[in-house]
Design a protein around this ligand. Structure first.
Ligand code: PRP
Ligand code: URA
Length: 209
């Protein structure tokens, strides 16, 4: 699977285990999700181009580096992606934010879109879709469809936990899109939940169940 990057950094593995734990409460769950998103962004942007710039310290002029190339847009899928967005825009404050609101129908597991608001220049930006869970892949494929319909063709996906079924669906629909994930789990259960997974990310983040 050449377009899937699975992070094996010890800090990421450690924090993911805390997220999985059913005893982890909402406050800690949100904090760890933010920390994981920042660590994953650090790894996912490792190959981002930089350009040399001159900088003057209080003592002397020297050479420094500035992030170059295409500007970034982060696209959280509501609701659960919002917490990842908070972390990444803290790290990359120049990133623009586009929101895609979507929920899975409980019976059909099909994504239902209810909101789209993207940066006006999204077609010129690199877009990073943020969602903690890539389960059947329906929501992510629909989000990519939406971005492409707006002219954006440089797209990455960041998901904390992925199911093999979801990865396959995204790869078949959009082989040009790279996926960054902390772990690929075993399978989906008959309700479309990732096993072992972490449960319902939105409910655990926002305390809605
Ligand atoms: C969850 C999750 C993803 C989606 C993944 O959201 O945050 O967006 O399910 O499932 P899929 O890969 O099978 O499409 P949910 O629909 O529960 O909405 P919520 O974030 O508002 O709770
Ligand atoms: N959405 C979640 O929040 N968790 C899953 O396991 C699957 C979809």
């Amino acid at each position: 699977m050449p377009t899937v990057h699975v992070f094996d950094h010890p800090l990421i593995r450690h924090k993911l285990t805390i997220l999985r734990d059913k005893r982890t409460g909402h406050k800690e769950f949100r904090e760890i999700t933010e920390e994981l998103a920042a660590l994953m962004a650090y790894e996912a942007t490792r190959s981002h181009p930089v350009r040399e710039i001159e900088v003057e310290t209080p003592l002397a002029k020297t050479t420094g580096w500035s992030i170059a190339g295409q500007e970034l847009a982060v696209i959280p899928i509501l609701r659960a992606g919002l917490v990842m967005e908070t972390a990444i825009t803290r790290l990359i404050p120049t990133a623009r934010v586009g929101h895609i609101g979507m929920y899975r129908d409980h019976d059909t597991l099909q994504p239902v879109s209810y909101f789209v608001k993207l940066p006006a220049d999204i077609a010129e930006r690199e877009a990073m879709i943020l969602d903690p869970m890539l389960a059947t892949g329906g929501s992510t494929v629909e989000a990519i469809n939406t971005l492409k319909a707006h002219g954006c063709h440089n797209i990455k996906v960041m998901a904390i936990i992925s199911a093999p079924e979801g990865i396959k669906k995204v790869q078949e629909a959009h082989p040009d899109v790279e996926i960054y994930t902390a772990e690929v789990d075993s399978h989906l259960n008959d309700k479309g939940y990732i096993v072992p997974g972490l449960g319902d990310a939105g409910d655990r983040l926002f305390g809605t169940k």
